[in-house]
Design a protein around this ligand. Structure first.
Ligand SMILES: C[S@@+](CC[C@H](N)C(=O)[O-])C[C@H]1O[C@@H](n2cnc3c(N)ncnc32)[C@H](O)[C@@H]1O
Length: 334
């Protein structure tokens, strides 16, 4: 449930790129419970987070002692909600630092939150934000979807650990797919359910509604978590039980690979290349499978194997199938 302050402030938030999707505390809690061991003694940086509305800041400040954190740093882009902490009308952006509870009430009081001025607007790509990034161990946030590629590239360049929300479609972006293939990033556990969006975001026929308090909600359906923190899920093997037979698993017209329509139907004994649905990435264990490439109607040159016809998409009997990730089982049952 959104607070009054959140509603008012979110109503005002505007962004021509429609990047204002505010993450629910419950979605953060559902994912973060799988990562507790990673945070002890660490500096967490939330670099796309207005602390007045950011549930990431809320989660980490209220769980600071439980997680054994060293510090939380939060930068607010364009300083939209400066008035929460100050009546100052300055255009200057700010960042916050919290180093834990001092007065023993186990709550992050405004006095305990260090507010410091930034020279610029808090853009995650700015020199100042990058300096803060360099001092951080783990970045956790929901960054702007429109800048996702650039955002991830910066984290990789600075060799940071991270846990961030993105769109499932990002799996098929060349840059992101390469990182998945090289086992530099992987998917987390959950799918965030719904986000608060500003008042002026239009209502859509599906996945869009206003609650009884007038709060504008949107569910993306395909939001997910991307991370490079090791999680147990990534070491769990997909249980396979179906034997291969050529009638059930036809080859693509143009690739020496068989088509598989459902991840659960991956045969246990096939040792060649298999085209599996994109949702396979949710179950991917690099000890069990090797990722060979990606084929889809709109994607060129990422198959990792040769197309016999020169065409890029996954075709069967002349018909273009849905996008497929090409994988090989590292240990097919003999
Ligand atoms: C998807 S929203 C998520 C907000 C918040 N992290 C959360 O999870 O509730 C992305 C946020 O990034 C901010 N943003 C957009 N461009 C940015 C930039 N270049 N640098 C930093 N933040 C940016 C937007 O204003 C927006 O509030």
């Amino acid at each position: 449930m959104a607070t009054k302050a959140q509603n008012k402030s979110l109503g005002k938030a505007r962004n021509s790129k429609k990047d204002e999707f505010y993450t629910q505390l419950s979605d953060i809690e559902r994912e973060l419970k799988h990562y507790k061991s990673h945070f002890k003694g660490k500096v967490v940086y939330c670099n796309c987070d207005d602390p007045r509305v950011s549930n990431f800041f809320h989660y980490f400040s209220y769980n600071f002692e439980k997680l054994g954190l060293k510090r939380i740093i939060t930068t607010c882009y364009k300083n939209k909600n400066m008035e929460l902490f100050s009546k100052n009308d300055s255009e200057q952006a700010i960042y916050l630092e919290y180093v834990g509870d001092k007065n023993g009430n186990a709550v992050p009081d405004p006095k305990e939150i260090g507010i410091k001025a930034l020279k610029g607007d808090g853009d995650f790509r700015s020199k100042e934000s990058i300096e803060l990034l360099k001092n951080a161990d783990i970045v956790v946030t929901n960054p702007p979807f429109s800048l996702f590629r650039e955002y991830v590239a910066q984290l990789i360049e600075h060799d940071k650990k991270f846990l961030i929300i993105g769109n499932h479609n990002a799996i098929t972006y060349k840059e992101i797919f390469n990182l998945l293939q090289e086992n530099k990033i992987w998917l987390g556990y959950m799918h965030p359910e719904k986000f608060i969006v500003p008042d002026d975001y239009e209502q859509r026929e599906h996945r869009s509604w206003r609650d009884e308090n007038g709060v504008n909600w949107r569910s993306l359906g395909n939001a997910c978590w991307f991370t490079n923190l090791d999680i147990s899920k990534r070491h769990e093997e997909l249980i396979l039980y179906k034997p291969y037979n050529p009638n059930e698993y036809p080859k693509f017209d143009n690739y020496d690979a068989i088509n598989i329509d459902k991840v659960k139907d991956i045969p246990m004994d096939y040792d060649g290349v298999m085209g599996v649905p994109i949702t396979f990435m949710e179950k991917y264990n690099p000890e069990q499978f090797e990722i060979v490439g990606l084929i889809a109607g709109n994607i060129k040159g990422m198959a990792g194997i040769k197309s016999s016809s020169g065409k890029d998409g996954p075709y069967i009997n002349g018909k273009l199938k849905y996008g497929r990730i090409l994988v090989r089982n590292r240990k097919p049952i003999q």
